[in-house]
Design a protein around this ligand. Structure first.
Ligand SMILES: Cc1cc2nc3c(=O)[nH]c(=O)nc-3n(C[C@H](O)[C@H](O)[C@H](O)COP(=O)(O)OP(=O)(O)OC[C@H]3O[C@@H](n4cnc5c(N)ncnc54)[C@H](O)[C@@H]3O)c2cc1C
Length: 367
């Protein structure tokens, strides 16, 4: 196979695609906008499902390394009432490895391995054709036989295929974190346990998720208008903290303490693509992961992104006809992603709902 292939984006989708291609002896050009791997905080831990993220890592030859790094105990989940009463306390059985957690930074480094990523190469536009033309933010341009858009929610590559843009779900997330929880606040460490702890109220919820090294990610989700996060200056940490604390008036002290201890907050209004997002096949350009099917963050997006990356790589590496392989892959991706998009959209409605009992019922159904 002599085609020149580029993947735009070095997230879970792009790196898995490149790594599986590498395993099959076909180097691809990885174009990533970030100037370096650690240019941004990597975000919270991911649970990789057996038939999805873990399957992708198996295809990349990385399952054993994942098993050594991941935390099966991180699958534990505790749900509290707003007054602190424990409603559910689920722990995985010994040996249970269906959804172990891994820090995003660890996953990225695992996938990077021998890959030669071109950092600081923001793509501004892709013009389909034979070959397809890639334009960069520094004014340069290059051509490739296939450009794979794995550039996330606000994909630039998507514009070459589809006029659709993401729309607001009605829910905004705010992310903060607490370091060294075991030594600083052993009471909170015990409350969170080995995995995650969640509390759901009317149209809002809070999840505290243990990452490695005593680091805890705290996610707030609240049903608000899209401009809610512009009401305060995001650089004014005190003002943001007060705004967020105001959502949880009357909730138990440990929950409020998780927010009081946070010293940096990031607003993430949650956007999605339509559940049935597809496009007319265009030779030379395709999409993977969030760029193709952005959905609510309910533990699926990175898993799907990785599985798609691995499957596209296997198809392309084995193909006599590159375009036919991509076309067939797209059909499979759309069919599978549609089901997950419907499920996660319905899930978000129940997790951040006027009736908090819906969130508990969802947890019981999933467990
Ligand atoms: C709070 C939160 C928690 C989540 N938890 C989970 C979970 O537990 N499990 C799970 O499976 N999913 C989870 N998700 C979803 C998951 O993060 C995404 O679905 C996943 O990261 C998608 O991977 P991707 O590679 O498609 O896109 P991304 O991870 O967004 O990666 C895209 C990459 O492209 C780069 N890029 C963007 N634009 C350009 C450009 N123009 N040129 C070059 N490079 C560009 C970006 O810098 C980035 O590196 C969560 C999401 C959120 C917001």
């Amino acid at each position: 196979m002599r085609q020149r292939i580029a993947v735009v984006g070095g997230g879970p989708a792009g790196l898995t695609f490149a790594r599986v291609m590498h395993r099959h002896g076909h180097p691809v050009t990885v174009l990533e906008r970030d100037p370096a791997p650690d240019a941004r905080p990597p975000g919270g831990a991911l649970d990789l499902h057996e038939g999805m993220g873990q399957r992708a890592l198996e295809k990349a030859g990385l399952l054993a390394e994942f098993e050594a790094l991941s935390r099966p105990e991180g699958q534990a989940m505790r749900i509290l009432d707003t007054d602190g009463t424990v409603l559910r306390d689920w722990k995985p059985d010994p040996g249970e490895r269906s959804n172990p957690e891994i820090d995003r930074g660890q996953l990225r480094d695992l996938l990077l391995g021998p890959l030669d990523v071109q950092w600081g190469r923001g793509v501004t536009e892709v013009v389909p054709g034979s070959p397809a033309l890639v334009r960069f933010s520094d004014g340069r341009q290059e051509t490739f036989d296939l450009v794979v858009g794995a550039d996330g929610a606000w994909s630039r590559v998507r514009r070459a295929l589809s006029p659709v843009t993401p729309h607001y779900t009605g829910v905004t997330a705010v992310e903060t974190s607490v370091d060294d929880v075991d030594s600083r606040r052993p009471d909170l460490a015990r409350l969170i346990g080995d995995g995650s702890m969640a509390v759901y109220g009317v149209n809002r919820g809070l999840v505290a998720q243990r990452n490695s090294g005593g680091h805890v990610k705290v996610y707030v989700q609240v049903r608000v208008p899209p401009e809610w996060h512009t009401e305060v200056d995001p650089a004014d940490v005190g003002a943001v903290r007060s705004q967020v604390l105001g959502l949880f008036d009357g909730w138990s002290a440990p929950v409020l303490d998780l927010l009081r201890l946070g010293d940096a907050f990031t607003y993430r209004p949650l956007y999605v693509l339509p559940v049935s997002h597809t496009w007319d096949h265009v030779p030379g350009v395709t999409l993977l992961g969030d760029a193709a099917h952005l959905m609510p963050p309910l533990g699926v997006g990175a898993n799907l992104a990785m599985l798609e990356g691995a499957e596209l790589a296997e198809s392309v590496a084995a193909a006599d006809d590159l375009d036919e392989a991509v076309r067939a892959f797209e059909e499979r991706m759309w069919a599978r992603a549609r089901g997950w998009a419907e499920m996660t959209a319905a899930g978000l409605e129940r997790l951040v709902s006027p009736d908090p009992a819906q969130a508990l019922a969802l947890f019981d159904e999933v467990q």
